[in-house]
Design a binder for this molecule. Structure first.
Ligand SMILES: Cc1cc2nc3c(=O)[nH]c(=O)nc-3n(C[C@H](O)[C@H](O)[C@H](O)COP(=O)(O)OP(=O)(O)OC[C@H]3O[C@@H](n4cnc5c(N)ncnc54)[C@H](O)[C@@H]3O)c2cc1C
Length: 372
């Protein structure tokens, strides 16, 4: 396809990856980001071999690995602290780790620096007020008063996507699962060289993020979706951790003292079973398939979406065919991640059959290894 003028709405993980992949193919890319400070909260995420593979294809692998912590195994524990499985994880790129823990600000910096360095433009603190597709161009009126027309608009504006609301006003809304996650950063324990996952209704994990940093996640049943006051977040997280007798977790719980350092999030999910585009406006990432984090693949799916979308725009001279082909290539893989993650979540809180963590993780690694 000839180079297109493209607007990316939302400069998060998926939007930035789209900007990088599209600039590499010569498209003109402008981004808008609602957050005037363009900031992300300070805890980390886990990514697997499919993201290492994607970062390699995007030419970002050295910066990415330098910003994170690569590792090759997942160790599963029961709440008393006894190790029950050490799952080797497949390397998809020779000589590169099978998994990476990385802080969100570090990942955003790697992606943001490359997107801007490659010539994508960004305007911060700006949203799209109207999006009008006349079949040949999409006219966008922005919150700062500007009006510009594009060949294609990409909605990468996350779980509560305004773009989704605009093109699919009847789409389902995100649904709360009944479970929330608590996260906190610590100095990395010297022996934490892989993901440590503790099974049970209160799930805990320890993830290395860099030589010096790791974070803990804690999933808890939260019927009724209660709100916790900011000034008692540290005490609340310590209380929730009391359910885990493992000595390593007990010792870390005592260090949780900064209320503002606790990042609390009710877990929601969403999956669009219908079209992912309408005319010249297309959605990617959490805007169209938001997963709970139990398999650590939400950001991976957003990154892969962006790469496949850029590829399909190259393959076909017909925009409609390219956007349909993008959705066809992504649909089953994303649905698997959303449904398998949600099944683990619901099993943990007694709303579905208990899913064995080690088995689900092995299966996810096999699926993630498949070509996209
Ligand atoms: C608790 C939790 C833990 C997670 N852990 C992991 C993990 O370990 N591994 C993993 O791979 N994934 C994880 N995920 C999932 C991952 O965070 C998401 O899948 C990923 O961020 C999706 O990227 P995105 O670009 O689609 O959306 P986002 O990252 O949400 O980015 C959307 C961007 O759009 C901007 N925006 C929103 N509305 C507008 C608007 N109207 N106009 C302009 N800009 C707008 C936002 O400010 C934001 O910058 C986790 C998710 C949660 C909730």
């Amino acid at each position: 396809m000839q180079p297109l003028s493209i607007l990316v709405i939302g400069a998060g993980i998926g939007g930035l990856t789209a900007a990088i992949a599209l600039r590499a193919r010569g498209h003109d890319v402008q981004m808008i980001e609602r957050d005037p400070t363009w900031s992300v909260y300070g805890v980390g995420i886990i990514q697997q071999g499919n993201v290492v593979r994607a970062m390699t294809e995007l030419g970002l692998i050295d910066d990415y690995l330098e910003a994170g912590f690569g590792f090759d195994h997942v160790e599963v524990f029961i709440p008393t602290g006894q190790s029950v499985a050490k799952i080797p994880t497949p390397r998809l790129v020779p000589d590169k780790p099978a998994n990476v823990g990385i802080s969100r600000p570090a990942l955003h910096k790697v992606l943001g620096d490359r997107a801007l360095g490659a010539g994508a433009e960004i305007r911060l603190g700006v949203t799209a007020q109207t999006i009008e597709d006349d079949g040949t161009k999409v006219a966008v009126r922005f919150s700062d008063g500007a009006e510009v027309s594009y060949d294609l608009v990409i909605g990468a504006d996350g779980l509560y996507s305004q773009t989704r609301q605009t093109i699919f006003p009847d789409a389902p809304l995100p649904e709360f699962t009944g479970q929330s996650v608590w996260r906190y950063n610590f100095t990395r324990l010297p022996d934490l060289t892989g993901l440590h996952a503790y099974e049970g209704p209160t799930g805990v994990g320890l993830v290395p993020l860099s030589h010096d940093l790791m974070y803990m996640y804690l999933t808890t049943p939260e019927p009724g979706n209660p709100r916790y006051p900011r000034e008692s977040m540290a005490a609340a997280m310590r209380d929730k951790l009391a359910a885990i007798p493992a000595p390593a977790i007990r010792a870390l719980a005592e260090q949780i003292s900064d209320d503002d350092g606790v990042v609390y999030k009710p877990l929601e999910w969403l999956f669009l079973t219908g079209e992912w585009h309408k005319g010249r406006v297309v959605l990617l990432g959490d805007a169209v398939h938001a997963t709970t984090p139990h398999l650590g693949q939400g950001a991976g799916m957003a990154i892969e979406d962006a790469m496949v979308l850029a590829e399909e725009l190259d393959r076909s001279a017909d925009l409609e065919a390219a956007l349909s082909a993008y959705r066809d290539r992504r649909f089953e893989r994303c649905r698997y991640i959303v449904e398998a993650s949600r099944a683990i979540c619901l099993g943990q809180i007694g709303r579905g059959p208990l899913v064995e963590n080690a088995t689900a993780t092995r299966e996810m690694f096999a699926k993630a290894a498949e070509p996209i």
